[in-house]
Write a protein that binds this ligand. Sequence first.
Ligand code: ADP
Ligand code: MG
Length: 694
Amino acid sequence: MSAPAKPGDKSAPAKPTGRGLADQLAKLGLARDADLVLHLPLRYEDHTRLVPLASLSPGLAVQTEGVIVNTDVQYRPRRQLVCLIADPRQRDAQLVLRFFTFYPSQQKALAPGNRLRVFGDVRPGHFGLEIVHPQFKVVAEDSPLPDRLTPVYPTTAGLSQETLRKLVARTLAADPALTAETLPESMVARRKLWKFGDAVAFLHAPPPRLSELTQRALDARTHPAWTRLKFDELLAQQLSLKAHRRARSQRRAPVLTGSGALTRRLLERVPFTLTRAQQRVWREIAHDLKRASPMQRLLQGDVGCGKTIVAALAALQAIESGKQVAFMAPTEILAEQHYRKLVSWLEGIDVAVAWLSGSVPAKERRKAREALASGATPFAIGTHALFQEGVELPNLGLAIIDEQHRFGVAQRLALRGKGQAEAHQLMMSATPIPRTLAMTFYADLDVSAIDEMPPGRMAVATRMVNQKRRAEIVAWVGKACAEGRQAYWVCPLIEESEKLELQTAVALHAELTAALPTLAVGLLHGRMKPDEKTATMAAFVDGRIAVLVATTVIEVGVDVPNASIMVIEHAERFGLSQLHQLRGRVGRGAAESTCVLLFEEPLGEVAKMRLKVIFENNDGFEIARQDLVIRGPGEFLGAKQSGVPLLRFADLERDVALIEQARDAAETLLAQEPEAAAAHLERWLGGRAEFIRA
Ligand code: ADP
Ligand code: MG
């Protein structure tokens, strides 16, 4: 087909041929006939009735019919095709059809004398009623009307509704196996589900004149036909997760029994005792590492709860079992901080640690890599990027991934696919995933949670301050720092331009340096060389810098207990989890801590909601829950950016009850009807199991 058809244009050729069609279908993810069956309408149009031209009134979308009186191209106020149709039995019943874009083929179809069936929104025009860009087709008198509602499908450029409708209808009619029931009768009956075939037939072509209630349920996707589809989708996801988990239990991983030699010494060395929560999760992890199948455990815990020590213990258990450990962090600063902390904890304990940083001279880095490759060095710490450059760890027993939410879904998959599946994996995250999401998104992971803060922590006092009162804050920070406190001052986030963000950071640094002449003001941003960052961080840790102006490079993980003031400029631009992470940088020492959220009016609705949530809550879990409400699950998980499709039909928030039912059903099916489970998976996931698992 040459000219692209407008959506809904009924006069366009019905069937693009060959590659064109296959490509377009592929764009919609429709590779197999089974996929067409599951390509469900967005909404419906009622083409079952004809409203006579004489009875039209502005308002709803309607279908009507008339004979073309004339068709003209007009040029005022802009180029348009204007077609007048009339009822031959009642010539004064007329309707104007107006097209601002049109093809020669369409113009040709609109020849005077032709009978047109049109569908669209009727509105008042200059010369009576009109429809702009109606769907239309040329028909003979008394052409039959459909007896079902007409589906409107998600489609892509060049693929007309008419083509899709025909394809779907033909597919549904051609092969009954495509709509056969995959679930055992008892399961369908007990849960009062519609049969799959009935649900699909209904959704593709519902009967007309539905009650208002039914219509609303259909629109809201709460109709039993939709419920069946959502249930099936969630069931497929749960089945695939369980299959994955089972496959994992059959894979082999090194048994890291541990001798306790190193872990015990670490526990003696650190200047604190583990909280009860830390002890519990440490036991869970230690137990996993002793098993012969790979651990995939997510360690969750709010900012500052002390996940690092647990990771260090896991690392030492692997090392004392004769294996290597890779410890990855998303940023250079965070990786370095882990490195420093671990080296200090390991002082006097004989464990070689390799620091894989961009700031280490090439020669030394090569030496470190060689020591890892030969197995001489058991412990490697670095950024995720550095590990991706191909560090050889022939004896790897455990991979630890800090702030795993920062790596995103796609990277989590990549890591797993890199042959490291045989090592145990410990992922850590301070972004708690609400339970319903965890049940689907992370359902193939085991989860440990640290739900207790180390003793002596004080809640951070949060203040909201208008930018207009910025000078007061500068003075207050100056006074507090003169008394020995330390402050972070976070630059406004400028998502569109890293360069602008850098300029802002430099300007802010200059401003504060001038305003606070007696204090040392430092600057930290993403464009600095790794060794410059290191030096600046070290000066801040030592107290040589009092106020650290920083971009969001400090967002995750940074731990400087003496810092007790956090000022965030343009707090309204930050996301909730970022704000929570940033605020979590303070409140780690004995001093009372304050977080100042500088905001500028006017505030948008969402920004207002976010600031309210962060102001009112200290609990990361509650903040995450509210974040989910504000943003919706897709964006919350960062899956939108990474392009991994989540669920198509089910809604993780609204369909919680269904998720739980699907989980139970998956268990039953796998235990009692493995063939049904396989057929169900095939229908829903085909070759795409990896994707939906996410
Ligand atoms: P996060 O879970 O955010 O990664 P960290 O592991 O960085 O937190 O720990 C935050 C701070 O708390 C660190 O300075 C760490 O040494 C300290 N810490 C960890 N566990 C305890 C504990 N049981 N008692 C006191 N301080 C602790
Ligand atoms: Mg951390």
